[in-house]
Ligand binder design. Structure first.
Ligand SMILES: [Zn+2]
Length: 448
């Protein structure tokens, strides 16, 4: 990922220093100095010969009962697609991204550099879920090509937004083993949550708690978030899911219990109505098949975002956080990079890309229907400023064939025949064509 920033005084720094424990303090100090200045910091991209300006924003957050200032950098509004595909400020053209599956205003860039969203169900405990878009009505409103555009974001859409804003759907070899360390991932997600505004005067980070292994600060942050939510707000729990099981309760009654990786250090219990077990099994078969295996045999990890009401109690001197889930969204990821994948074929390609030290982005679907043309991966190191799309064709039936030729036509037209890659996983299982070569400059990915 290309993330160097040049300040008006000529000093340079990297956006990713924000999640580097050794550099974060100095980096925050640097941003604080730049905040409110007359001249803008710039990234290394150019548009019509000019450097692309960035803005510095300040957020306030509660920590240990105190207000803490947090600074962050943002691209200017509506400029996401003008940044180079390898730049950390790049955003895919919304027409070629799962965000296109929403009606206007569901995800919007605000003047203060943050992102406003309209959730299907607000975060107040009293809020109820809005009904999903009715296909017939959406078609009457001119959704275009029969596509149903959602007027609200679901939990899965929110999980995708968090992933994208935290940069976790982008991979570059420079990251090495960083994403195996949960505190690093938590920090990146927390910064993203700070920039997401789910309702007036709200920040998603006030409601989001993250659960993971070997995170010294995690349990205290969970308790603080749970207390702040109280009886008024729902809490959002995010972590790697270890188990989702039906548990027998008294007199033949059952409930669904969800356990996050590392949860024992948190004194956390998450339950849901028993119907959720069948619901997630139907909706996320790949995730549930992985969870049915012993941990060491799982080829993927399962990320979970749970919306719940929360109660903090004290049992035998320990504070216990009990959550009752209203919704569960899951996402299958490759374990080393946390790149979302939706099939074994995609997993094989993600692994091969990592082995060959390639840089890539995984476009996310949000709540868009199957008809949105979304590549499985986009190589960001080929020198093409838009990146090089990659498609894995994993089925051979007739309905899929039509869809496949439609996709091929689209890529041929938009990128040109030689400028996208595909693999027919049915015709040649286990053997895919060579990847398009990386450009000698590695798409500006180097540390230079
Ligand atoms: Zn840029």
């Amino acid at each position: 990922m290309r993330d160097w920033v040049t300040f008006p005084d000529g000093n340079r720094g990297r956006r990713s220093w924000d999640s580097d424990p050794q550099k974060a303090r100095a980096w925050q100090h640097r941003l604080a100095q730049a905040w409110g200045g007359d001249e803008r910091p710039v990234c290394d991209c150019r548009h019509q010969g000019q450097p692309m300006g960035l803005s510095v924003h300040r957020c306030l957050r509660q920590r240990d009962g105190r207000q803490v200032e947090v600074y962050h950098l943002a691209r200017l509004r509506h400029q996401g697609a003008l940044h180079h595909v390898a730049c950390s400020f790049h955003e895919a053209d919304p027409r070629r991204d799962g965000r296109s599956g929403y009606v206007e205003g569901v995800v919007r860039e605000r003047d203060d550099g943050r992102i406003g969203i309209a959730l299907r169900r607000g975060l107040r405990c009293l809020d109820v879920a809005a009904a999903p878009a009715d296909p017939a009505q959406a078609a009457r409103q001119g959704g275009g090509q029969g596509a149903v555009r959602q007027a609200r974001m679901t939990e899965l859409g929110l999980l995708h937004l968090l992933w994208e804003e935290a940069g976790l759907n982008r991979w570059t070899p420079r990251l090495g083993r960083a994403r195996r360390r949960w505190p690093f991932v938590r920090e990146a997600l927390d910064r993203a949550a700070l920039r997401i505004v789910p309702g007036r005067n709200q920040s998603l980070s006030d409601r989001l708690a993250m659960i993971g292994y070997a995170d010294e600060d995690g349990p205290a942050l969970l308790r603080e978030t749970a207390r702040n939510c109280g009886e008024t707000w729902r809490i959002l729990l995010l972590g790697i899911v270890d188990d989702i099981a039906l548990v027998n309760w008294q007199e033949g009654q059952q409930f669904c219990a969800l356990r996050f990786d590392g949860a024992s250090a948190y004194n956390l219990r998450v339950s849901a109505a028993s119907v959720w077990h069948e619901r997630v099994a139907r909706r996320y078969p790949m995730a549930m098949a992985a969870l049915a295996l012993p941990r060491a045999e799982r080829a993927i990890r399962v990320m979970g975002l749970v919306t719940a009401t929360v109660r903090v109690g004290v049992t035998q001197g320990l504070s216990l956080v009990r959550c009752r889930a209203d919704d569960i969204a899951l996402m299958e990821v490759e374990p080393d990079t946390l790149t979302p994948v939706s099939s074994g074929h995609e997993l094989a390609i993600a692994r091969a890309l990592v082995e060959q030290r390639r840089s890539f982005v995984r476009p996310l679907r949000f709540d868009a229907g199957r008809d949105a043309v979304l590549p499985d991966f986009v190589l960001t190191d080929t020198g093409d400023p838009r990146g090089t799309p990659m498609e894995v064709f994993g089925r051979a039936d007739e309905a899929y064939a039509a869809r496949r030729s439609e996709k091929a036509r689209y890529y041929d037209e938009v990128y040109g025949q030689a400028h996208w890659w595909h693999w027919d996983a049915v015709a040649s299982p286990g053997r895919w064509p060579a990847f398009p070569p990386a450009s000698p400059q590695r798409g500006g990915d180097d540390d230079a």
